[in-house]
Design a binder for this molecule. Structure first.
Ligand SMILES: *Cc1c(COP(=O)(O)O)cnc(C)c1O
Length: 951
């Protein structure tokens, strides 16, 4: 026997579900003798062989982790006082371990199925309550992507609601964070909005503006009383948004109490690591009267079928899925996991604990200021919460150098000023080290003496007098045991990938391997400030440039930007690149965007944000783009054609054969081709959008490339472009580039990029290709097993689907009255999350198993679906009542079983419809949730704790 002494790469077989014997059997059911033969039949001839991915075998988990550790080691962790919207924080260890590093939380999907999502919905409701209480505004959403994009959302929100309809001008205070102004300008320009940056105190005429953005406290530290400014804007019919620091709001009068219309900001410093800029949760809060225009998701309280309190997403009709180009925003994936960390930070510390953190941070700031003044270092502002700006004049440059030599980063405000922001982690020794730095050679202040006398820098008139977080949830989980159990209790209410397959079409709920996740919480990635000097982020630089090259190889594009922090933001960045390209060729009048009717809702919503006009093109009976209609519309609009947005393989789960022709039609008529890469999981290693006609694509790293969905975010939506669009990729002031930024940090959600790097490194080109093939095999296996029970709506001309399949349930509705909703809810009784419902076709279910599901799990799912079909048949033939049956009453809770049982089917049939369930059963905490009740009686903050108690 020979023993291989190298490290074996077992990862590919760990990532992929089916074993090799299963693979052969599954191929046989489809009539193929090899994966290659199946692939050959699925991929259209016109795009076959376009992949440029290498064929290396990847690296073992141990080797990849070691290589990444070496890269991480090139990041240098200085003590950072840069601030500017990003602060050091202590992630409480029980939150780190039981939430951030816990697959029960991070592998969950967006809570569209409320019955299996009550845990994370409760955590998000706590987040909304936290934001609403701290900002003093009654309605807060369940997170946005970052502070700067939240500011941009606030701007367009003001535009929609302001009574100053004629105005196209938005006022932005010069006291806003620079990255916020950067993103505001990017977002304003395509919409014809003019952003005027100025000093609100010096503004005598507010009448030209429809809205304004103020920062509280100011970016450089001062705290201004905005009452009068807000009045002035209101008199001019302008709305006022305030970007506010949550920790400061525990001590300061909240924006809602000085009549602000909107508050936005970041929840990062509530326990979420800096992560070189993200991911973090942004927040958005507003008045009750404006709630229907609010961007983002909103969790609301409703009741279930038995009148018991149950949570669910409220007012979904505002979102892109329904309103398309008229949606309030294009945001789909948000920052749920990070919002939940922030909410638990508040749950753990409670109102008094938060105030203590804020008070200590502020006191150290006041002591620092007094010591500096004693040494004649000019502190610019008399008021401050945690940030001081120092007039350091000619000494500025030298001070930065000296600071760095001591392992300290200060904010580079300008050539004559430095900034210092303290935070939760600052200690008295840190303050003394800062005195040493600024007052070298001078007698050092006496810390103890100053601590006894330093007072406050908070303006008396703005001290917070109102209470907050009085709800029991923020006052009872302050011991670690209590918090640990609360987190466990919530997680136990939910179905995530750690319990069962989540067959959501278009969402690619694949394995998020532990080895991929481990580096995310390494200090070298977690604790770096996004604006730290480049010499200190060499590890990140290597990580991002290697990842860009990996993604170029996977897509066939020439350049990649990692900045967009969700697919929606990638779409936006991609359309902006197209827009800038047309302008660079004096074709700036091109503004028509063709979008097939089957497109995801983000596509039209994004086109609208990019200032383009949407023209919808038809699909044919097979679900494919109707090429004749597309050609006619491309020709009709040829003078103004800017782009086509098309998803490939199609949202119908089919490799359309005409894709080459479609791209050519658009190019021939002067347009650019945007290929939505959400379905890239069917293509990596098999064909490359950058080589078969795409000019730009976004990828969802939280779909194809293993970043977990986090219960609705984070995500990363990088874009790949052909070389002619490369000059128009998003830039950032911190990178010194010409193009504007689309999000706050130069590399967006940088700290989760190691997940994708690890995945690609471990899989290698060969493993990635195999993953695509197995994803296609698993989807076709399910389609084949289920087609005799439910018609598969669309297939290619070869009778095969791509990586997902659509089951048509519309005929069953006619024959039995059973709807897709009933089937989705019944699947919960079988322990499964529903497939995607009614997208892209109403009345259907779209199933995407991914390569990570084993044959056993696929079979378990198919058996559930077959059994459900039998139940529907019993309704069809009258064996089960058409209204009182296990489908209409699904899901069934445990509580229901112990009461009186008046149904025409047994308790066993209700909860144990298959024998395997007796041993392992998921019990939904609530029965079917009433959405209409919740929207009619909107409650979006924590209700009294009693209402959660079981009756
Ligand atoms: C998921 C998805 C998007 C949106 O991506 P987010 O990351 O959620 O913003 C866009 N298009 C398609 C086809 C998708 O499936």
């Amino acid at each position: 026997m020979t023993i291989n002494l190298g490290t074996a790469n077992e990862f590919i077989a760990r990532h992929i579900g089916p074993r090799s014997e299963d693979e052969q059997a599954m191929l046989a059911t489809l009539g193929f003798d090899s994966l290659e033969a199946m692939t050959d039949a699925v991929i259209p001839a016109s795009i076959k062989g376009t992949s440029v991915l290498g064929t290396d075998d990847g690296h073992s988990e141990a080797d990849a982790l070691a290589a990444l550790k070496a890269i991480a080691g090139k990041n240098q962790l200085f003590k950072s006082y840069i601030g500017q919207g990003y602060y050091n924080t202590h992630t409480p260890a029980p939150i780190l371990r039981n939430l951030l590093e816990n697959p029960a939380w991070y592998t969950a999907y967006t809570p569209y199925q409320p019955e299996i999502s009550q845990g994370r919905l409760e955590a998000l409701l706590n987040f909304q309550t936290l934001i609403s209480d701290l900002t003093g505004l009654p309605i807060a959403n369940a997170s946005l992507l970052d502070e700067a994009t939240a500011a941009a959302e606030a701007m367009t929100f003001c535009k929609r609601l302001s009574k100053n309809k004629a105005s196209n001008r938005f006022f932005a205070s010069m006291h806003c964070h620079p990255q916020t102004l950067d993103v505001l300008r990017t977002r304003a320009e395509p919409l014809g909005i003019e952003v005027l940056v100025g000093d609100e105190q010096a503004l005598d005429d507010a009448s030209p503006f429809f809205g304004a953005l103020l920062q509280y406290p100011a970016s450089t530290g001062g705290i201004f009383d905005y009452r009068e400014v807000v009045q002035r804007f209101h008199h001019a019919n302008a709305l006022v948004a305030v970007a506010a620091d949550l920790l400061a709001l525990t001590l300061l009068t909240p924006p809602g109490e000085f009549e602000a219309d909107v508050a936005i900001g970041s929840a990062q410093r509530f326990g979420v690591p800096l992560g070189f800029g993200g991911p973090h949760a942004a927040y958005f809060a507003t008045r009750d009267a404006f709630k229907r225009d609010m961007p983002g998701r909103l969790v609301g309280v409703s009741i279930d079928r038995f009148g018991k309190t149950a949570l669910r997403l409220a007012m979904q009709t505002r979102e892109q899925h329904i309103r398309r180009e008229k949606a309030t925003s294009n945001i789909c994936t948000a920052q749920v996991l990070l919002a939940n960390i922030a909410s638990m930070f508040a749950v753990y510390h409670g109102p008094e604990g938060l105030k203590r953190i804020a008070q200590r941070t502020h006191s150290l700031t006041a002591i620092l200021a007094q010591g500096l003044r004693a040494m004649a270092v000019p502190v610019v502002s008399d008021t401050a919460f945690d940030t001081l700006t120092l007039a350091t004049g000619d000494a500025t440059h030298g001070l930065h150098e000296k600071a760095r030599a001591q392992g300290i980063n200060l904010r580079q405000v300008d050539a004559g000023h430095v900034g210092v922001s303290l935070d939760e982690t600052t200690t008295p020794a840190d303050v003394q080290a800062l005195w040493q730095l600024f007052g070298a050679g001078q007698t050092q202040p006496d810390f103890q003496a100053l601590a006894a006398s330093s007072g406050t820098l908070l303006p008396e008139a703005l001290l917070r007098r109102s209470t907050f977080l009085e709800h029991p949830v923020f006052n009872r989980y302050h011991s670690e045991t209590e918090l640990m159990r609360y987190l466990r209790k919530l997680a136990d209410k939910d179905l995530a990938l750690d319990r069962s397959m989540i067959p959501l079409g278009s969402c690619t709920m694949k394995l998020n391997a532990a080895s991929e996740m481990i580096p995310v919480t390494w200090a070298e990635f977690g604790n770096l400030h996004p604006f730290a000097p480049a010499q200190q982020s060499q590890g990140y630089l290597q990580l991002t440039s290697e990842l860009e090259a990996m993604l170029c190889a996977a897509t066939g594009y020439d350049a990649v930007s990692l900045q967009p922090n969700a697919g929606s933001q990638g779409e936006y960045a991609g359309l902006l690149a197209i827009r800038a390209y047309h302008r660079s060729r004096n074709e700036g009048h091109r503004d028509i965007c063709l979008i097939p009717s089957s497109a995801h809702g983000t596509n039209p919503a994004t086109a609208n944000m990019a200032g383009m006009q949407v023209v919808v093109t038809a699909c044919d009976a097979r679900g494919n783009v109707d090429v004749a209609d597309l050609r006619a519309k491309a020709i009709e609009h040829r003078e103004r054609l800017a782009a086509l947005m098309i998803t490939y393989p199609s949202t119908h789960g089919v490799f359309e054969e005409a894709i080459g022709e479609i791209c050519a039609i658009v190019h021939d008529n002067g347009g650019q081709v945007y290929i939505d890469g959400a379905n890239m999981n069917a293509m990596v290693g098999l064909c490359a959008p950058g080589k078969f006609g795409g000019d730009v694509s976004h990828l969802n790293l939280h779909k194809t490339f293993c970043i977990p969905h986090g219960g609705g975010g984070p995500g990363v939506g990088p874009i790949g472009v052909k070389s002619h669009l490369a000059p128009f990729l998003p830039g950032h002031a911190a990178l010194g580039t010409a193009e504007g930024a689309v999000c706050a940090a130069p590399f967006g959600s940088a700290s989760i990029l190691p997940i994708t790097w690890m995945y690609i490194r471990m899989m290698g080109g060969a493993g990635l290709k195999r993953a695509s093939q197995m994803a296609i095999l698993n989807a076709n296996y399910i389609a084949r097993r289920l087609e005799e029970h439910y018609p598969v709506l669309y297939t290619g001309s070869n009778g095969l689907v791509a990586h997902e399949c659509i089951l048509d349930l519309r005929p069953l509705k006619d024959s039995s009255g059973i709807t897709v909703d009933d089937v989705a809810k019944r699947l919960i009784d079988y322990g499964f999350h529903a497939p995607t419902m009614s997208f892209p076709v109403a009345g259907t279910l779209m199933i995407e198993p991914t390569e990570s599901e084993s044959r056993e799990e696929l079979d378990r799912f198919c058996e559930a679906m077959v059994q459900i079909r039998e139940e529907i048949r019993a309704v069809e033939d009258g064996t089960l009542d058409k209204d009182d049956n296990p489908l209409k009453n699904a899901p069934h809770t445990a509580a229901e079983l112990v009461g009186e049982w008046a149904h025409g089917y047994s308790r066993e049939q209700a909860v144990y419809p298959l024998p395997g369930l007796v041993q392992s059963k998921y019990w939904p905490p609530v029965s079917r949730v009433d959405n209409v009740f919740g929207d009619r009686n909107l409650v979006c903050a924590c209700p009294s704790i009693e209402s959660y108690q079981d009756v």
